[in-house]
Design a protein around this ligand. Structure first.
Ligand code: 13P
Length: 287
């Protein structure tokens, strides 16, 4: 059964570790992530962008697939199904379809409008036991058409949004979706520290987890980050393993073209990446 991400992230914040949000694209992604979470006895958040939701034919399909898999694979660790960077309208579509968690990304609105829309969602999510993530300060780079400038959030605006009753807060601290450029200045720990001081117990979310060096991840967790989003890194591992399989001519040997064989190395590579992240984030054994 799906659970809200509220409790798992409160526990993570209190226990000084972070829960990974791994974005899903299809059955292979979902299965690899769920099996790894179970093997590691780690709570997990499955992230779905609006683009990935559309690709998988709609949110109802996603809910059906994830619920079915949890049951058929005997997954017992806490699993949250979360809309990633949702618009106001899509948050309601996901609530309706059976998601257990949503992110409203109002970071591109003036702060007053971000507050008004977040406030409405706080009330509607609370009534249904669904957890809500809000965002202040856009995340740089591009993810499924969501483009951000990569500014650092204003800690006072973070406090204003946190006080509305959301469950966890994403704040821009120089993080970027996708690969980091060679001249990246790193995370702004000064901003993160100021945000955590003003928002207290609120679990903070670090987007753009791909390519952030391990020491920065550890420091971010020390400064209150309890949820870390990883998307591109699983895509890169999958693509790399698939390319190697084809370059080695394995699809031409026997029934190597069978999709269950062709996609297997990529699925295994996703498992390895997810396990590595769960170990780094400290969520292993915390289910
Ligand atoms: P990456 O693709 O950089 O790992 O970012 C994932 C993310 O933040 C999802 O919202």
């Amino acid at each position: 059964m799906l659970v809200s991400a509220k409790e798992m992230l409160q526990k993570a914040k209190a226990g000084h570790y972070a829960v990974g949000q791994f974005n899903i694209n299809n059955l292979e992604w979902t299965k690899s992530i769920l099996l790894t979470a179970q093997e590691c006895q780690s709570p997990v958040i499955l992230g779905v962008s609006e683009g990935a939701g559309k690709y998988m034919t709609g949110y109802k399909t996603v809910v059906g697939m994830v619920n079915g898999m949890i049951e058929e694979l005997g997954i017992t660790v806490p699993v949250a199904l979360h809309l990633d960077h949702g618009s106001f309208e899509h948050c309601y579509k996901c609530i309706e379809a059976g998601f257990s968690s949503v992110m409203f990304d109002g970071s591109h609105y003036p702060i007053e409008e971000n507050i008004a829309k977040t406030k409405q969602l706080v009330a509607d999510c609370a009534a249904k036991g669904i957890s809500l993530e809000a965002e202040v300060g856009s995340i740089g780079g591009e993810e499924d058409g969501v483009v951000g400038a990569g500014e650092c959030a204003d800690p006072n605006e973070c406090k204003m949004i946190a006080d509305l009753g959301i469950d966890f807060l994403a704040a821009g601290i120089g993080n970027i979706h996708g690969k980091y450029p060679a001249n990246w200045k790193g995370l702004s720990f000064e901003t993160l520290d100021a945000i955590q001081q003003l928002t207290g117990d609120m679990p903070l979310v670090l987007h753009g987890g791909t390519g952030i060096p391990a020491d920065m991840i550890k420091k971010a967790i020390d400064l209150g980050v309890s949820k870390i989003n990883v998307n591109t890194e699983c895509q890169l591992s999958f693509a790399d393993a698939t390319r190697k399989y084809i370059e080695a001519g394995k699809d031409l040997e026997g029934k190597g073209f069978d999709p269950r064989k062709l996609l297997a190395p990529g699925a295994e590579a996703i498992k390895a990446t997810v396990k590595e992240k769960m170990e780094l984030f400290g969520s292993v054994g915390k289910a």
